[in-house]
Design a protein around this ligand. Structure first.
Ligand code: HXC
Length: 249
């Protein structure tokens, strides 16, 4: 599909994308790169990172991968600093790393609940907190007068009750709350735009393959649906591009 945006809409910007090696995170990374950004991706699996980076480079995109787990403080510090050292600035942070599995609340251990909260919610906060010094107005390497952008990937699961997704619904609801708090505090103090995108079910993603609609009950995605219609990764990447670019200022 042809992009509705100019090819250089994020030229000169540097983006760090957690979970950028696969699924929605990879699609966002690829479109940022195709529209001029240099991209760093963070993920737990080296093989996934390596293949994503070589595919990005084959498109002429300046890309680097850093192995790391958003649940670990030392990984967040190392990856954020390495991104800055490699590219000399950080303009955009996308928090796309997430964990998920279908499980009835009765069968979910507190540690299973905590694991998803740690990845999705605490991991998102940790990365925002660590990247703040580079993304804020006047941060090192910033050539423009303003601050950069943070984009959190949420979901629609918590807009209503969703079967077998108590952990992810709680985690994404917290991400929405956190996004608004950071938009208020860091938008006011540091000129950072903090937004979230809430995809519904998206074709060809680890999320959808794990949450096989046939295994779930009707109306499971938290929004009224008369037909099961899925979105495309492209839709989310275009929304991300708008929000992260100067068009979204
Ligand atoms: C019940 C489970 C479970 C399962 C893990 N646990 N898988 N409980 N059913 N299927 C429990 C374990 O029993 C354990 O608790 C705890 O969770 C930690 O499990 P580990 O295996 O040690 O954790 P880890 O290896 O770190 O794996 C993390 C993970 C994993 C979340 C479990 O599945 C993961 O990271 N997946 C990859 C990412 C992914 O799925 N991305 C798609 C996101 S889609 P105990 O008590 O036994 O110690 C998305 C969008 C949704 O978020 C919206 C769609 C519409």
């Amino acid at each position: 599909m042809e992009s509705p945006f100019k090819a250089d809409i994020v030229k000169g910007k540097v983006a760090l994308i957690t979970g950028g090696g696969s699924g929605i995170g990879f699609e966002i990374t690829k479109e940022f790169g195709k529209h001029g950004a240099a991209v760093a991706i963070m993920g737990r699996r080296k093989s996934v990172l390596d293949s994503a980076v070589s595919s990005l480079r084959s498109l002429g995109i300046q890309a680097i991968g850093f192995k790391g787990d958003v649940r670990k403080n030392e990984d967040a510090v190392r990856v954020v600093d390495a991104t800055f050292e490699h590219f000399g600035r950080i303009d955009i942070l996308v928090n796309a790393a997430a964990g998920n599995f279908l499980v009835p609340a009765e069968d979910l251990s507190p540690n299973g609940f905590k694991t998803v909260m740690d990845i999705d919610t605490v991991g998102t906060f940790r990365m925002c907190h660590e990247a703040l010094k580079y993304i804020k107005k006047g941060g090192p390497g910033r050539r423009t007068s303003g601050g950069g952008a943070i984009l959190n990937i949420s979901a629609t699961l918590h807009y209503a009750a969703t079967w077998y997704q108590i952990h992810v619904s709680a985690a994404k609801a917290a991400i929405d709350a956190m996004t608004m708090s950071l938009a208020l505090e860091w938008g006011t103090d540091y000129d950072i735009r903090v937004n979230a995108i809430a995809p519904g079910p998206i074709n060809d993603t680890p999320g959808l393959s794990k949450l096989d609609p046939h295994e779930m009950k009707s109306n499971q995605y938290g929004a009224p649906v008369h037909q099961f219609i899925t979105g495309e990764k492209w839709d989310i990447a275009m929304a991300a591009l708008y929000l992260a670019s100067d068009a979204g200022q």
